[in-house]
Design a protein around this ligand. Sequence first.
Ligand code: M6R
Length: 362
Amino acid sequence: EKGGYKHFMAKEIAEQPTVLADTISAYTQEAEIRLPTGEIDFSQTNKLTLIACGTAYYACQVAKYWFEQEARLPVEVDIASEYRYRTPPVSDKSYALFVSQSGETADTLAALRYCQGKAAKILSIVNVPESSIARESDMALPILVGTEIGVASTKAFTGQLVVLASLALKAAMQRGHLDSDALAERIAALRNLPALLNQTLATEGRIEEVAKKISTAQDVLFLGRGSMFPMAMEGALKLKEISYIHAEGYASGELKHGPIALIDKDVPVVILAPADALFEKTISNMQEVMAREGKVVLITDSAGAKVASDGVWETLVMPTVDPFLAPILYALPAQLLSYHTAVAKGTDVDQPRNLAKSVTVE
Ligand code: M6R
């Protein structure tokens, strides 16, 4: 049941600190990454292929940044419905990893079957251990977040990210790009994440105020750089799914290659920009938006807010987080913005029109 919340989605957003703490403890032991399902040796492969649909696909897109930057492991990411019909070459040294909350998504399962007998290893990340995708993998890694009922994926997405981050750290160690002190620091940051998630949930009232202002918009853009780029796409997907507002996520650097043409005083532009190595670049894109009267919602930390919030429409201040883990934390304001926008519009949050929780047909 909804446990006192108005919607399953609200409950599932609020559960994240608790359920992710469980996932984190299942995947870490003291200062090491320990998979609950046995070993994977990422030093034995030279390519990782990540396949999924929808929100799970955006989790894979975030993971590409992690595996490539931290573990120097080349990653190919694809949407299952494209991958399955492209007849892509599959190296017998590559690992294929399928991400699916339900474990029953038809396209993802078909893509998995295509890789069987071709890839060196078939891995999956699922929330349902008895699912088809789990059963047909060499190893199925559970996200351990409990049943997700809301059609809009929230805690399953962040659970997928926690497991993918753990795998990327493991790969980085095994491939000689992370020493044990650096790993211990990362694990400490991971264990501290639930506290930061709680701090973020405590700002829900502010996010709701901003959502009310967004709820009258026709179109919303989301922008981010680096691992915040897939988070921008995820933010846009969430908003369109439940509020029916047209939304697009773009890489900040792509703005001047097209989408800037859409910007005027009626378009809110949500900018995901923790004060990291790419911050200044993103902020210069933000200024291009403001010069065209776009209404900027800046989501940043206190260091970012200090230098960049002049003249922006709204600033949402997040706790400071290890840049590696920022995508997991920044998922929350994106989820809450969509949720409160949908509530303000009076749409059916848990059962949005035309959508099914599990897409078991093509
Ligand atoms: O069960 P799966 O993770 O395979 O589902 C994939 C997508 O259908 C799913 O993430 C969908 O995009 C959600 N409605 C997103 O909120």
